[in-house]
Design a protein around this ligand. Structure first.
Ligand code: SD4
Length: 329
């Protein structure tokens, strides 16, 4: 499917895990839905992938009781980080090729405040550590041993993040040992969440265990402000999922926000940056990237290279799942 076709309504095929979603929306700002979207929704929270629904439900509880976008995104993604069944984030995340679970996360407010951790081991909620970096230090980013030392000093508990299920998958991979990043194709799905609260403040959070079987020390886009996440109250917010190297190369999320600043809708902004990624790569086979964008008026959009990029949207109309339109079917 080409970007020209992005206005086609693309409904998600229900998976058993999503049967509880009360309704489905199109990702695009078109036709009947466009009128709903163009009015904007506030408060609103949107999150990547099927597990985004779990994050949204917790985030929505906060937003719907006049809580802040910052609390909503942090507490929302923590649910997914703490779920050992999600093997792409936090506890139970797939390890690197040496068997270490290393986590990346960042959080950002629309006033420019932000915090980040990368290559963090043994702490299941890196997003909460990232928030502490933002609030308790003069810095934005802590990595590796420094991030862990800081987390422990802040009272976070160290634990073994490699679950038996993820260890088993790692051992199976070792038998093959044919490393090649296959983001999202091997179901490697970062949770990224954007929210606009009733007071009109934006915030975002992005957290991941990164590419499965990555090289020791590899850090992707997810903890990088401007790549995995960018938020500006003057314009809107954007976040990414997919192959981090491709997102970093295009300063993905910041670029989506800048496109919105220049007047593009959230959907158009996501398409524009996916097109840039297309131009920077010889082949897009096996290269998945998806963006979510939310503007300050509460309009949202999404777009990905390959199909099957699902996301959750929660407003006072309820929780819905949708699938982003994509460059390729
Ligand atoms: C990374 N962007 O580490 C992350 C992985 C991801 O959906 O988002 N997967 O490259």
């Amino acid at each position: 499917m080409t970007s020209k076709n992005w206005i086609r309504r693309d409904f998600l095929k229900l998976s058993t895990s999503l049967v509880t979603a009360p309704a489905f929306l199109s990702a695009c700002e078109t036709n009947a839905q466009n009128s709903a979207q163009s009015a904007g929704r506030k408060p609103i929270i949107i999150s990547t992938w099927n597990h985004g629904l779990d994050a949204n439900k917790v985030g929505w509880e906060i937003l719907s009781t006049s809580g802040s976008a910052l609390d909503a995104v942090e507490k929302g993604v923590m649910v997914v980080e703490s779920d050992p069944k999600v093997q792409t984030v936090g506890l139970g995340g797939f390890p690197d090729r040496e068997g270490n679970v290393t986590l990346d996360a960042c959080i950002m407010k629309g006033d420019g405040g932000c915090g980040s951790v990368a290559f963090l081991k043994g702490i299941k909620n890196p997003i909460a550590v990232a928030r502490k970096v933002m609030e308790e230090t003069p810095h934005i980013m802590l990595v590796g041993d420094g991030a862990k030392k800081f987390a422990l000093a802040q009272g976070f508990k160290e634990e073994n993040l490699l679950t038996e299920a993820s260890k088993k998958r790692y051992e199976e991979w070792l038998q093959k040992a044919d490393y090649k990043p296959q983001i999202n194709i091997e179901n490697h799905d970062t949770i990224s969440t954007l929210a606009l609260d009733a007071a009109g403040n934006l915030a975002g959070a992005c957290t991941t265990s990164g590419a499965a079987w990555k090289m020791y020390g590899r850090v992707g886009d997810s903890p990088l402000i401007a790549a995995g996440l960018f938020v500006d109250d003057e314009v809107g917010a954007a976040c990414a999922t997919g192959l981090g190297e491709a997102v970093i190369r295009t300063a993905g999320s910041a670029m989506v926000v800048e496109m919105m600043r220049q007047g593009k809708s959230p959907s158009e902004a996501c398409i524009e940056v996916v097109e840039r990624i297309r131009r920077k790569h010889k082949t897009l086979k096996d290269l998945q990237v998806g963006f979510l964008a939310l503007n300050k008026d509460g309009n949202f959009g999404a777009y990905s290279i390959h199909k099957d990029f699902t996301y959750a949207v929660s407003t006072d109309d309820g929780h819905v799942m949708d699938m982003a339109p994509s460059l390729f079917e």
